[in-house]
Design a protein around this ligand. Structure first.
Ligand code: GAR
Length: 208
């Protein structure tokens, strides 16, 4: 099993979905620690309740790289092989992104390359998109950029508010992220340089 860390800043619902999936005996990843960027992240208690060591940092006490050096030390100590960003809302510097090149993945609430950054649901509604969704991808220095592992789409329905659409996407996130981590952990999806190789017969796009 691939030794996996999850990095969070908030409620950690995606973290919880990953932890739940990883309880299955045949799941190819093991969640070995959770790292939070702030002491108030709701996910910390959830991780501890699941018996997973959680390290919470108060990001306000450090500069960007100072925080990342502490995080990196914890990741190394735990023997982590793969990092899952799950609502980690701090920009990452070249230090951590370089150290974890092709060993760090992220979930983003849009069908990348559309709507990098914030307010993705609002932007999809305002653009009149009929389809929206979420993406799991390898992390690169550019925000919400990098080789795509898997995506899930949802319809945008007439009258959708930002919150309603976000909730519809989040349901898919909770399925997509465990699936994408399994694809990486099992080697059905591999990255070499910036190239993604998908084992024949493996689905990487889902319609919710
Ligand atoms: C999720 O919707 C995730 O896709 C998003 O933050 C939320 C975290 O929720 N991530 C980003 O916007 C990163 N650019 P959670 O803490 O309940 O998993």
């Amino acid at each position: 099993k691939i030794r996996t860390a999850i990095m969070i800043s908030g409620g950690g619902s995606n973290m919880a979905a990953l932890i739940e999936a990883a309880r299955a005996q045949d799941y190819p990843a093991e969640i070995v620690c959770v790292i939070a960027s702030n002491l108030s992240a709701g996910g910390i208690a959830k991780a501890k309740a699941a018996g997973i060591p959680a390290f919470a940092f108060d990001h306000k006490l450090y500069d960007r790289e100072g925080l990342e050096r502490l995080v990196h030390t914890e990741l190394e100590k735990a023997g982590v092989e793969l990092v899952c960003l799950a609502g980690w809302m701090r920009l990452l510097s070249p230090f951590l992104i370089g150290a974890w090149h092709n060993r760090m993945i992220n979930i983003h609430p849009s069908l990348l390359p559309k709507y990098k950054g914030l307010h993705t649901h609002k932007r999809a509604i305002e653009a009149g998109d009929k389809e929206h969704g979420c993406t799991v991808h390898y992390v690169r220095q550019a925000v919400d950029d990098g080789p795509i592992i898997a995506q899930a789409s949802v319809p945008v329905l007439a009258g959708d508010t930002e919150d309603v659409l976000a909730a519809r996407v989040l349901v898919q996130e909770h399925k997509l992220y465990p699936h994408a981590l399994a694809l990486v952990g099992s080697g059905r999806v591999r990255v070499t340089g910036d190239e993604i190789a998908v084992q024949p017969g493996t689905a990487t796009f889902f319609r919710g």
